[in-house]
Structures are given as structure tokens and as C-alpha cells.
Design a protein around this ligand. Structure first.
Ligand SMILES: Cc1ncc(COP(=O)(O)O)c(C=O)c1O
Length: 376
């Protein structure tokens, strides 16, 4: 499997989580699209892109258990979260409820939009060890009459925890509170059925665990919110246009987001190839093997360092936070790379330090043994 990827054979790559890695056949498909585009850019971008994007979106929607018209492509999860935060009108004193385990860039996004509108960003402390059965209760206990929206990750960045988001969405809906899920790490790492999860807004990356080219992500929005959404860039689809261009899309949602000026749409068109790549290689089995190996190492580290894992095994997918003694995280990361050629992030939360290991189908038990042999 490793030969299917371009990863440098001189390094042990245990950080699929940060930016993903795209396999050769999917990159070849992207190159094929690029060449087709460059044969006649006007034909491709003006006259064909609308239909091509719809077809790619429909393959992604089927994969995600969603309806084609409820999602659009977007370059990355950060842009998606920004679009939602910029669309939500908050009154002074309104609250956005989140956790202390969110991804930094998205936390900053909500902080900025709350500050600008005089609203309050409340971060609920999620104690470690994580108790999945208490998560929804904790969030809902912190919600007040002023809570307009709850923002949480589906899989957290620093601690790799899977949050029970479907249950959270149900509880929030009963209280009339909107929910926005940051699913940057979720597609392909866990099975998704977006219609069943029922979030008001759900963003996810295809360029991480689904192994699509960089620049492929999606935003899924319940239809009742399509009208209130602002795209990051106002462009040709914004107003009813006497000359309706097919490339701006058909629905209001498409017309706001699909055309953001001239840009490379080939990462999006290559998403069906990424889905097919995994489907043809028994991904469910490989994913389960990756999970088992990562969890095994998490327990090994826990015993070695006398530090209990921070959550039950089923709260993790293909990433696991290996508990290591608390120390200078950037220095440890640099030493693992400089001395051992191991690419792996070292994360911190409170007074805990973790080596956040990612196991993708190209990784083997030998990769983990090399990490395990290092000094911590
Ligand atoms: C939880 C989470 N949200 C959002 C992002 C941002 O993803 P992107 O850089 O593709 O926008 C990341 C990136 O690692 C993440 O871990």
C-alpha cells in the first residue's frame, strides 16, 4: 500500500491527520482533469463545470449519506466554518457554546465573530478522562436562553476524541439551538450518515482521511438555512442574473458558493476517484486494522508511563493520543523527526502531553515499533 503513495521512503510517516496524503491513482485522475481543463479552459470552466461538479457532488453525497442539494464543495474545513460564522447574525449578549478541545483556527473564527457582534463564546471544559455518556449532558447544562449555536468537532484535533454528535444534535434541536459540527477528520475515518446526524451545519475535509487532493472539502447545510448563508466571496451567483451561467449552479446554495472566481476545481472533481480508490481496497477492513494497532500502542504507552488512556477505545478512530510524560512538546516533536525521521505531532492539553499517532492504510506495525523504540 505504501507504494501507492508518494511518501518519502526515508521517513516514518505517522501524521496523516494533519494534511492527509493523496495516492498516485487519485493524483493521476486529478492530472487527467487538469489536462482536460487546459485543452479549452473556457469550455471546461464556463460550459461544463456545472454538470461536472454536480456529478462529483452527487457521488460524495451518496458516500456521506446526504442529499446532493444539501452540500457544496469548498476548499477546506476552515473556510466552511468561516462561512457559517460570518452568516450567523448574533445580538449583543447572545452565546455560542463550544468546548476547550476545538481546533485553534476554528476557535479563533468563532471568537472573532462573537467579539465583533458583542456575543460571547463559551467554552465548556471537557474533563479528561473523557466520559462519552456525560458529554451531551455537560453541553446542555452549559446552554442558556441566550445560546444560539453549539460548535464542536466530530473528531478533535489535539486529543483525537470522537464526540457523540448525533445525540448532541437531537438534544440541541429540542431546545431550539443550532448545531455546527467541524467534521474535518471524520470522512472515511468513521462511517458518516449526515442526514441521520441531523446537524444544521456540518463541514468535512475530503483531503484528510478520504485521501482526495488538497483543496477538497464540503459544507453540508440543512435546506431551511440555505437562504441565510453568505459565501466567503460574493460572486456571479449572488443575485438573479439576466444571463444565468450554468457554472454558478442552479439552487440558491450552489449559486452562492460554487463560483468564487476562477480557481482550480480539479480537487473537487477527483473526489469520486478517492472514494473509488478506497472502495476497491477493502477500506473498512484496513481502517479496523489501523484502529486496532493505534489503540494497542496507546495501551502500551499508558502502561509504560503509568498514564491511563484518556478515553475508552471506542472513542477513537485511526488516530490515538499516546500518553507520554509531560514535557516540552515542540522539542519532543523536533527530536523524533531530527533523530529518528519520524513525522508525528506532539500535542498538549492542560498538563497532559500526547504523541498523536495517525494510522493510515499505508502504515504498518513496524512504523509503530520504530516510534515505540524511542525515548520519551
Ligand atoms: C478539528 C479540525 N478542524 C479543522 C481543521 C482545519 O482543516 P483545514 O486546514 O483543511 O481547513 C483541522 C485540521 O487539522 C482540524 O483538525
Amino acid at each position: 500500500m505504501r507504494e501507492e503513495f508518494l511518501l518519502d521512503p526515508g521517513i516514518t510517516f505517522l501524521n496523516h491527520g494533519s494534511y492527509g496524503a493523496c495516492p498516485r491513482p487519485v493524483l493521476a485522475e486529478q492530472q487527467r482533469w487538469r489536462e482536460e481543463m487546459e485543452r479549452n479552459p473556457v469550455e471546461f470552466l464556463t460550459r461544463r463545470s456545472g454538470a461536472l461538479l454536480k456529478s462529483a457532488r452527487s457521488a460524495l453525497a451518496q458516500y456521506l449519506g446526504a442529499q446532493t442539494d444539501h452540500l457544496i464543495f469548498i476548499p477546506n474545513a476552515t473556510t466552511a466554518v468561516n462561512a457559517i460564522a460570518a452568516s450567523l447574525r448574533l445580538a449583543p449578549g447572545d452565546e455560542v457554546l463550544s468546548t476547550d478541545l476545538e481546533y485553534g483556527a476554528c476557535d479563533m473564527t468563532w471568537r472573532q465573530h462573537c467579539e465583533r457582534q458583542g456575543a460571547v463564546l463559551q467554552r465548556v471544559q471537557i474533563p479528561l478522562p473523557f466520559e462519552p455518556q456525560r458529554f451531551v449532558e455537560r453541553m446542555m447544562e452549559a446552554a442558556t436562553k441566550r445560546t444560539r449555536l453549539i460548535f464542536v468537532s466530530h473528531i478533535t484535533s489535539v486529543t483525537a476524541l470522537i464526540f457523540p454528535v448525533a445525540e448532541l444534535c437531537r438534544a440541541a434541536r429540542e431546545r431550539g439551538i443550532l448545531v455546527c459540527i467541524d467534521g474535518a477528520h471524520a470522512p472515511s475515518q468513521i462511517d458518516l450518515a449526515l442526514d441521520e446526524i441531523g446537524a444544521d451545519f456540518y463541514s468535512g475535509n475530503c483531503h484528510k482521511w478520504l485521501c482526495a487532493p488538497k483543496g477538497a472539502a464540503f459544507l453540508h447545510v440543512r435546506p431551511e438555512h440555505h437562504e441565510m448563508l453568505r459565501a466567503p466571496v460574493i460572486s456571479w451567483g449572488w443575485y438573479d442574473n439576466p444571463v444565468q451561467h450554468s457554472y454558478t449552479g442552479e439552487t440558491v446554495f450552489e449559486r452562492r458558493f460554487q463560483w468564487q472566481g476562477t480557481h482550480d476545481i480539479t480537487p473537487w472533481l477527483s473526489v469520486p476517484a478517492a472514494i473509488a480508490f478506497q472502495a476497491e481496497r477493502e477500506w473498512a477492513r484496513r481502517r479496523a486494522e489501523c484502529h486496532a494497532l493505534a489503540i494497542g500502542l496507546m495501551h502500551e504507552f499508558g502502561e509504560r508511563h503509568g498514564l491511563a488512556p484518556i478515553a475508552p477505545d471506542e472513542c477513537f478512530g485511526q488516530m490515538a493520543p499516546l500518553p507520554v510524560p509531560h514535557q516540552d512538546a515542540p522539542a519532543l516533536r523536533a527530536r523524533l523527526f531530527d533523530e529518528h525521521r519520524i513525522e508525528v505531532p506532539v500535542t498538549e492539553h492542560g498538563d497532559r502531553t500526547f504523541v498523536r499517532v495517525s494510522m493510515q492504510a499505508y502504515n504498518t506495525a513496524a512504523d509503530l515499533q520504530r516510534l515505540s523504540a524511542c525515548r520519551f
